[in-house]
Design a protein around this ligand. Structure first.
Ligand code: NDP
Length: 450
């Protein structure tokens, strides 16, 4: 049998994806981003080509789309669409968050699920990749409306998840409140206290310490590792951060704890600049407790100001942490950041940097960490939550944070070493994709054609 060259194989698989999913731009972008870096791995592994690993990897094992009817506070019946994409379970049960945001559609869920396969592999925690969500918008809804929506969503999802099959968690629009409502309905329907079926639970009833903080802290730990390797550090440096949700808030907190100064935060209405360094307690109160807009932060903080146009990337800094949403940092933004002297960019969000912007950073010698490596701390800590649930144990904060720190160091080392092995030392995109791909591909190879 004569095999295609790696380049021809990657081209053929990409064309198949484009043919099958012509209207899924985010998914196609995520597939391109991974496949474009895999030539050296496939050159070393013709067995992966022969076994159709890539062909299978780009096709989810299962995709679920379902109706979610619920009643609003005025008595009106509303309908949203629910999704769960169970992408790949070669390394363990499907694991990945749920996103509730009006922009959610199958393309977005598939891009996130595809990314999740590789991210989860990098954590070494034996979890497969999946993702889900709904086009439901929790903002502006009462707690009772959010609860009724979550109960309806879980009434269908319950048939497809379980601690050994698929374990959802939070993402945009899904935090501790939503996980609580989802878990309550799961327990009610199944009549089982299966704590390991969802992660991100309240710490008083099965949640792991530091899970809330883990993604943001982890992204900063990764940025720190990159800078340390280059003989630099975080102390005394300015950081710009986008977003003001879970990931952004704790990225800002960790930057300040390590002696840096995070000076921005944003939401979909604009951004704030606070040259004294963001007051994390105020940020948590405004965005977390009151669920208010970021402009409110500036209104209450002397010296801070709110900007309704442009983006945080207009503010010069040495460290940039995109922590809001996909494709929020474009080529134009990258040029501005580079001109402003940025040294390191670590993605707290999933795919926030456009491909053109990534290329510009790499050409300019900026240390660039892709989300699948830099934001892996969240899912890694979720896996630690699953272990604690299975063992009916509970770790304290110090142990939880120190395990997170160790995992992020290991992810950095594995990623950097793979970048060296495949000929581009310091290319963390190539390193993350190839290290993760080899792990998943090897497991798929050994498990036969399924
Ligand atoms: P949150 O819902 O807590 O916060 C999201 C933040 O991003 C908010 O400030 C929100 O502003 C802003 N945002 C969302 N969508 C848009 C948009 N279309 N345009 C502008 N701003 C937007 O979500 P998380 O912090 O949990 O997630 C942020 C990112 O991190 C996502 O990419 C997610 O996939 C990724 N991630 C999250 C993990 C976690 O553990 N939570 C794990 C790994 C990755 P507004 O309130 O105005 O909508």
């Amino acid at each position: 049998m004569s095999l295609p060259t790696p380049e021809a194989h990657i081209r053929a698989v990409t064309e198949t994806v484009q043919h099958r999913s012509p209207a899924e731009p985010e998914f196609l972008q995520a597939v391109h981003e991974v496949l474009d870096t895999l030539t050296p791995v496939l050159a070393e592994h013709p067995d992966f080509i022969e076994a159709g690993i890539l062909d299978r990897l780009v096709e989810p094992e299962r995709q679920l789309i379902f109706r979610v009817p619920w009643t609003d506070d005025t008595g009106l019946v509303r309908v949203n669409r629910g999704f769960r994409v169970q992408f790949n379970s070669a390394l363990g049960p499907y694991k990945g968050g749920l996103r509730f945001h009006p922009s959610v559609n199958l393309s977005v869920v598939k891009f996130l699920g595809f990314e999740q396969i590789f991210k989860n592999a990098l954590t070494s925690q034996r979890i497969g990749g999946g993702k889900g969500g709904s086009d439901f918008d929790p903002s502006g809804k009462s707690d009772a409306e959010v609860m009724r929506f979550c109960q309806s969503f879980m009434t269908e999802l319950v048939h497809h998840i379980g601690e050994h099959t698929d374990i959802p968690a939070g993402d945009i629009g899904v935090g501790a409140r939503e996980i609580g409502f989802l878990f309550g309905q799961y327990r009610r329907i199944t009549q089982r206290y299966e704590a390991g079926v969802l992660t991100g639970k309240g710490v008083g009833w099965g949640g792991a310490e530091v899970r809330t903080e883990a993604t943001g802290y982890g992204a900063v730990f990764f940025a720190e590792e990159m800078l340390l390797r280059a003989g630099e550090g975080i102390e005394g440096r300015r950081a710009v951060v986008s977003g003001s949700g879970n990931v952004a808030t704790y990225a800002i907190e960790k930057i300040q704890q390590l002696g840096g100064k995070a000076i921005t935060a944003s939401d979909s209405g604009g951004y704030v600049v606070d040259e004294q360094g963001i007051d994390v307690d105020l940020l948590k109160r405004v965005k977390g407790v009151e669920r208010a807009r970021i402009s409110e932060y500036a209104a209450r903080r002397p010296g801070a100001h709110f900007v309704a146009t442009g983006s945080v990337w207009d503010v010069p800094a040495e460290i940039a942490l995109p922590c809001a949403t996909q494709n929020e940092l474009t080529e134009e933004h990258a040029r501005t950041l580079i001109a402003g002297g940025v040294r390191a960019v670590a993605e707290g969000a999933n795919m926030p940097t456009t491909p053109g912007a990534v290329e510009l950073f790499q050409q300019a010698g900026v240390l660039f960490a892709p989300g699948k490596a830099a934001n892996a701390g969240g899912v890694a800590t979720s896996a630690l939550e699953m272990s604690q649930n299975a063992a009916r144990s509970r770790w304290d904060r110090d142990k939880s944070e120190s395990r997170l720190h160790d995992i992020m160091r290991d992810v950095h080392t594995a990623t950097y070493e793979a970048s060296e092995r495949y000929g581009r030392p310091g290319d963390y995109v190539l390193g993350a994709n190839s290290a993760a791909f080899v792990t998943v591909a090897q497991a798929m190879l050994e498990q036969g054609v399924i």
